[in-house]
Design a protein around this ligand. Structure first.
Ligand code: 13P
Length: 253
């Protein structure tokens, strides 16, 4: 059975005091997870070790970075490398979020390098993909996302790719309150799995958790997570509210 994941992406939000408040609220009613379920908090770098110690001993709850650099070390002021994250015990890292693609100009080749640095360091990447509105309106979304996956992931071996997580986040649904319909989400997730199956075979493709992101909230999580190829969500805005996020976690089962 594929791993089901509810992942929070705090993005660049919350000063420490606010983060502590949210964590207190989450821990006060954190759902017990089944063996095949995970909750991942992708949070700002300065809070990683603190959050890890707060989640210590809570089965299935993990802390992720939101990015890392594509080199292991060197004169890159202000950057954070995969080996640094690994040395803190971080085992997950979001890569290729559309906000980084847009504001930091990250593209397929760079993301392929970041994938490699994470995997070499023993960090599981959560690779984000998704199309802008113009591509959706032109009906080219499946090919657009397939190209993102081919460009950043297809250099990986079958064994390695079986261990990553993919997050499909249509850009037009991020922070807009406009969620993809269950039909749109399922169709794209099935298409992504098909792209993986063509390259790596059905057995590998069926192991990779594919999360949906884009205005996931308590009110739509059950519906989305019930789609056969949707294995959970990557949640932005709603993850900053403990009650909302806990309902989303509960929607996994
Ligand atoms: P929202 O849930 O705020 O739409 O953000 C989605 C997202 O970008 C998660 O990575």
């Amino acid at each position: 059975m594929r791993t089901q994941i509810a992942a929070a992406n705090w993005k660049m939000n919350l000063v420490k005091e606010e983060a502590e408040q949210l964590m207190d609220q989450l821990l006060a009613s954190a759902p017990t997870l089944q063996n095949n379920q995970e909750v991942i908090l992708a949070i700002p770098f300065p809070y990683l070790t603190w959050a890890q110690s707060r989640l210590d001993g809570l089965k299935g709850y993990r802390v992720a970075a939101q990015n890392c650099h594509h080199k292991n070390a060197g004169a890159y002021t202000g950057e954070v490398s995969a080996p640094m994250l690994a040395s803190l015990g971080i085992r997950d890292c979001v890569l290729g979020h559309s906000e980084r693609r847009e504001y930091q100009g990250e593209g397929e080749a760079l993301l392929a390098e970041k994938m490699d640095r994470c995997l070499e360091a023993g960090i599981r990447p959560i690779f984000c993909c998704g199309e802008p509105l113009s591509v959706r309106e032109a009906g080219n979304q499946n090919e657009f996302v397939a190209a993102q996956i081919r460009g950043s992931l297809f250099h990986l071996s079958a064994e390695v790719i079986a261990g990553i997580v993919i997050a499909y986040e249509p850009i037009w649904a991020i922070g807009t309150g406009k969620t993809a319909t269950t039909a749109q989400a399922q169709e794209m997730h099935a298409s992504i799995r098909q792209v993986l199956a063509q390259q790596y075979g059905q057995a590998v493709a069926s192991q990779v958790p594919i999360l949906y992101g884009g205005s996931v909230k308590a009110a739509n999580a059950v519906e989305l997570f019930t789609c056969p190829d949707v294995d959970g969500g990557l949640v932005g805005g709603a993850s900053l509210n403990a009650t909302e996020f806990i309902s989303i976690v509960s929607a996994l089962s």
